[in-house]
Design a protein around this ligand. Structure first.
Ligand code: AMP
Ligand code: MG
Length: 223
């Protein structure tokens, strides 16, 4: 069930994704529970396994900066500056979504969250799948976000097809989430990337738009 990060296992994990299965994988923030983000049936399994409410959108994980175009047409210069500076890293950008992104991923919203994890195993795995991976943290509803493969196994057991073991997550804190909407930047969640660093790149203050359902620390993580 738990598989070491060998080339062969990364390949197997990507094959499971291609055939509609679920793979838990390491990122620098926490372990993610991933499915092919363009396969709504596979994505539905994530909600089922986690017991996650369907109104809570998932983040699309990409393996290369250029794969941004899989999920959005956004070409705003300041957004591209953020990507240049902080991808890969603990920053999720919420941007207008392409029609191709299934509604189940975005919980019916017209925007999509996208991130490129700063973890070599995650990147290799995602690139190998040739898609974007929809993934929340690999824990059950109401439980802590896992930072090791063992934590994932304890919570999800047989409900996940494959757990790729990449050791302990370095950051242990969720990604910072920033939305770009109608020419303005909003902070949706505090996380691993300090707000000041983001503000320095965009040259203005982020507007706060923090909801109770997106807490800022894994120790009070709900979903
Ligand atoms: P996580 O719990 O780390 O899987 O992150 C998912 C969180 O990202 C959600 O609970 C939302 O707070 C946020 N999110 C993802 N996509 C969107 C979106 N399209 N619009 C607003 N927030 C989003
Ligand atoms: Mg989560």
């Amino acid at each position: 069930m738990i598989k070491l990060k060998t080339k062969n296992n990364i390949k197997k994990a990507s094959e499971i994704i291609k055939s509609g299965g679920l793979v838990a994988f390491p990122t620098e923030t926490v372990y993610g529970l991933g499915a092919n983000g363009f396969n709504p049936v596979a994505v539905a399994k994530i909600f089922e396994v986690k017991n996650r409410p369907s109104f809570n959108p998932l983040i699309m994980h990409i393996g290369r900066k250029t794969d941004l175009e899989k999920v959005t047409n956004c070409s705003e210069q300041k957004v591209l500056d953020l990507i240049e500076e902080f991808f890969p890293g603990p920053l999720t950008l919420v941007l207008p979504k392409k029609d191709e992104v299934p509604e189940i991923v975005t919980a019916g919203k017209s925007s999509v969250g996208v991130r490129m994890p700063a973890n070599e195993i995650a990147l290799e795995f995602i690139r190998e799948t040739e898609t974007a991976i929809a993934a929340p943290s690999a824990n059950l509803f109401g439980m802590l976000s896992p930072t090791t493969a063992e934590h994932v196994k304890k919570q999800l057991g047989d409900k996940v097809d494959f757990i790729l073991d990449g050791g302990k997550s370095d950051v242990g804190l969720e990604s910072t989430i920033v939305e770009f909407n109608n020419g303005e930047f909003f902070l949706l969640r505090y996380g691993g990337l300090p707000v000041e660093k983001i503000e320095n790149v965009i040259g203005s203050k982020l507007k706060l738009k923090i909801s109770e359902s997106s807490p800022n620390s894994p120790t009070i993580k709900i979903y």
